[in-house]
Design a protein around this ligand. Structure first.
Ligand SMILES: CC(C)(COP(=O)(O)OP(=O)(O)OC[C@H]1O[C@@H](n2cnc3c(N)ncnc32)[C@H](O)[C@@H]1OP(=O)(O)O)[C@@H](O)C(=O)NCCC(=O)NCCS
Length: 267
């Protein structure tokens, strides 16, 4: 049933998989899977936090038992619960949640999701996602969001299939120097911001205000862009001169705060 790499290579049956959170003994398998599946290098602290459910990280793992009855990691999803009050303003604006009414609520940021190659297209990724969405609802999250590198067509199709909406394209969002990126000569890559709004709990005052908020959202976004433009071109022109490579769209979308927020979430 297993190849020499210890991975299932026979016809896959979903029933053999079990879903649970990541545990400390998954750490090495999790690290190996990240190195195999992603171009980004993650720090050891991230794996340690993920398998110990520390720093607000929650996780789901899909595991199966091999012929020696040992547990093997087949897929994983890691995410961080963040309080909206502490979220970056640009993120909140883009998510349509920049209102003090929701300060006490949370959002869930998906850090990584992966399924080992032989087990793909069998619904494992979708089950991991469904399980984490369930946890997000239990934790009063109003939105689930993530960044995906713009050349990852499979992941983009996966999120779209699971009802996530494209919110923005962020230029040069990722810096990747691992050598595992699409083009080893290129280190800067664009990212899409995708999000899935969750149902607003009955107790949330935002629920009554939400329809109006949706109507006013384009206006608020325009005002935020104007504000960011003002900050970058008038308030802080010296800084702008030093970032000549930054594209106009990046400035409008507040790329820097978003990149900082991503770094903070992944640290
Ligand atoms: C993205 C990933 C997690 C999907 O896992 P999966 O278990 O294969 O996903 P599912 O079987 O649940 O697929 C659900 C839907 O997503 C879409 N999808 C998944 N993989 C796809 C692909 N390679 N091409 C096009 N669509 C795809 C399909 O619409 C699919 O539905 P269908 O099977 O009815 O056609 C997996 O491909 C993976 O691990 N990729 C490498 C790591 C990665 O890129 N992670 C995302 C980083 S942001």
């Amino acid at each position: 049933m297993h190849g020499s790499d210890g991975v299932l290579n026979a016809r896959f049956e979903d029933s053999i998989l079990q879903y649970r959170c990541l545990l400390p003994h998954d750490c090495e398998a999790l690290r190996a899977a990240h190195q195999a599946l992603f171009p980004i290098d993650y720090e050891d602290a991230f794996y340690q936090a993920a398998v110990r459910a520390e720093q607000g990280i929650i996780s789901i793992a899909a595991v199966y038992r091999n012929e020696y009855k040992e547990e093997q990691l087949a897929g994983f999803l890691t995410a961080r619960v963040c309080c909206l009050r502490e979220c970056n303003t640009t993120d909140r604006v883009l998510l349509g949640l920049n209102s003090s009414l929701v300060d006490g609520y949370n959002a869930l940021y998906i850090l990584t999701v992966g399924v080992l190659e032989p087990l793909r297209h069998c619904g494992v990724g979708s089950k991991l996602l469904a399980a984490i969405l369930e946890q997000a609802r239990e934790r009063n999250c109003l939105s689930v969001f993530l960044h995906v590198i713009d050349y990852n067509a499979a992941a983009i199709a996966f999120y779209q299939r699971n009802c996530f909406q494209e919110i923005a394209l962020l230029h040069d969002f990722y810096y990747i120097g691992s050598g595992r990126q699409l083009n080893p000569e290129q280190t800067r890559y664009n990212a899409y911001l995708y999000a899935l709004p969750l149902e607003v709990p009955q107790t949330c005052p935002f629920k009554l205000w939400a329809p109006l908020h949706t109507l006013l959202f384009p206006l608020r976004r325009l005002l935020t862009r104007l504000y960011l433009w003002f900050l970058w071109t008038i308030w802080n022109p010296r800084r702008l001169r030093h970032t000549e490579t930054l594209e106009k769209d990046d400035i409008e979308l507040g790329l820097e705060p978003l990149a900082r927020s991503q770094a903070r979430l992944q640290s």
